[in-house]
Design a protein around this ligand. Structure first.
Ligand code: GDP
Ligand code: IMO
Ligand code: MG
Length: 423
């Protein structure tokens, strides 16, 4: 295998960071291709907890180059903070190790302000991370983005920001009634940040092209999950990028070929942060227990994650939507020892039972068909899994039609079992 995509198969926070870190060990390149600092990818090494937002999760390995592709929306202020935080953990990030596409669209102060105002005062609340992601992608598709390379030229910055502000200030002044910095002030700040970011900038497409030619091993690290994809997800309660494997081809590029395999990172139950339908959501004590044992708090915003049972109709759909070839089943330890575990195997919908949540289905109108699962009490100390856990895994595999390739049973690097070989 030369290239592998790591894709969240649910609503994010499935444990992508941990798996990317582990598989990154075997790779030459780890590439982010979409999203921005709305992502929070946690890696635990001994007593250190490292949370990455913009920087790819291969960064802890010295031999591995980390690449931020042009599909990422990039907040220079957040990047500065992330660099500072990570260096406190003793990780050295140099332009030799980290390469950022000079064509990334910048998240400006205005984008963040607009995101916050819409959430606070708008009619539909998405429950965004407040990082300006949606407005930054709007600027990109309406061809108004500031690109990272623009940070190196103050005149270009001022011209583009002034043009940018023409429409936005109408909203800030007349609709939201909030203070905002002048284009000149914003240009000054971004220009200063450009001095820090400049050395990391390059043409990442050509870097990946060369890596493919040299037969190097490439890992694509997705952020969020398929159900948050702007096209495939539970719209409008989604993020604004293509989070599925399709996003790789536009957000980074993989010249001359497709990814060899797509690994769908899948939590053994389901969580969601923010608003939106969630058919298997638990409002019971057991739901609270899972939230507590799983330590389900957002890695970016600290919000409590909503918890529910594993939803096979949604997972089966995600497998199809993102061409997932195998899954990593994570956080199985959280369910170990719990009585009364269930898995959703189908939906009752409009008088029928369906087993795949195809688009067009109203997720607020489905009634989950819940299957009782025998409790498993694995401590994962030896190699063997209990018969009960094996039957849980089989239920999942039968429901989605592909195999579990990895089983993760704790946040530490060592708490993992590779059933299939990757790279
Ligand atoms: P990501 O956004 O997909 O990278 O996931 P997050 O980092 O936001 O959330 C996953 C959380 O679960 C993190 O705190 C991880 O340290 C932790 N984690 C990852 N895998 C496992 C696992 O198998 N078991 C347990 N208990 N925790 C895990
Ligand atoms: P990782 O990569 C979980 C959610 C937000 C909100 C919606 C839109 O750590 O899995 P946005 O700020 O993107 O406009 O918010 O998407 N969201 C995530 N939920 N994990 C994430 O990333 C997320 N990134 C965005 O909570 O519901
Ligand atoms: Mg996360």
């Amino acid at each position: 295998m030369q290239s592998l995509a790591i894709i969240g198969s649910q609503w994010g926070d499935e444990g992508k960071g941990k798996i990317t870190d582990l598989l990154g060990q075997k790779c030459d390149l780890v590439v982010r291709f979409q999203g921005g600092n709305n992502a929070g990818h946690t890696i635990i090494v001994g007593d250190k907890k490292i949370v990455l937002h913009l920087i790819p999760s291969g960064i802890l390995h010295d031999h591995c180059e980390s690449i931020v592709g042009h599909g990422v929306v990039f907040d220079p202020r957040a990047f500065k903070k992330e660099l500072e935080d990570i260096s406190k953990s003793g990780v050295d990030i140099t332009p030799k190790k980290l390469k950022i596409s000079s064509n990334c669209s910048v998240i400006t102060y205005y984008n963040r302000l607009l995101d916050g105002q819409r959430e606070e005062k708008g009619t539909v609340k998405i429950g965004t991370t407040g990082k300006g992601i949606g407005p930054a992608y709007e600027d990109k598709t309406s061809r108004k983005s500031i690109k990272l390379k623009d940070l190196l030229d103050k005149e270009v910055l001022i011209t583009k920001l002034r043009d940018n502000l023409v429409e936005k200030e109408v909203l800030f002044k007349h609709l939201y009634n909030v203070e905002y910095p002048s284009a000149e002030q914003e240009a000054e700040e971004l220009f200063e940040l450009g001095k820090l970011i400049g050395p990391f900038l390059c043409d990442t497409f050509s870097l990946i092209d060369q890596a493919v030619t040299q037969n190097k091993k490439i890992l694509y690290e997705g952020a969020q999950g398929v159900l948050l994809d702007v096209d495939y997800g539970s719209y409008p309660f989604v993020t604004s990028s293509s989070t599925s494997a399709g996003g790789i081809y536009t957000g980074a590029g993989l010249p001359g070929k497709y990814v060899d395999e797509v690994l769908g990172i899948t939590k053994a139950y389901t969580t969601r942060v923010g608003e939106g339908p969630f058919p298997t959501e638990l409002f019971t004590e057991l739901g609270d227990t899972i939230q507590k044992i799983g330590n389900e708090f957002g890695a970016t915003t600290g919000r409590k994650r909503r918890c529910g049972w594993l939803d096979l109709p949604l997972l089966k759909y995600a497998v199809k939507a993102s061409n997932i070839t195998s899954i990593a089943l994570t956080k199985v330890d959280v369910l170990s020892g719990l009585e009364g575990i269930k898995v959703c195997t189908g939906y009752r919908y409009k008088g029928e039972i369906i087993d795949c949540a195809y688009p067009g289905i109203d997720l607020t109108a489905v009634e989950p068909v819940l299957h009782d699962v025998p409790a498993f009490k694995d401590d994962f100390k030896g190699d063997d899994l209990s018969e009960e856990l094996k039957s849980y895994i089989k239920l999942v595999e039968d429901g989605i039609g592909i195999k579990v390739g990895i089983l993760a049973y704790g946040p530490e690097r060592s708490e993992i079992k590779f059933i299939k070989d990757f790279f």
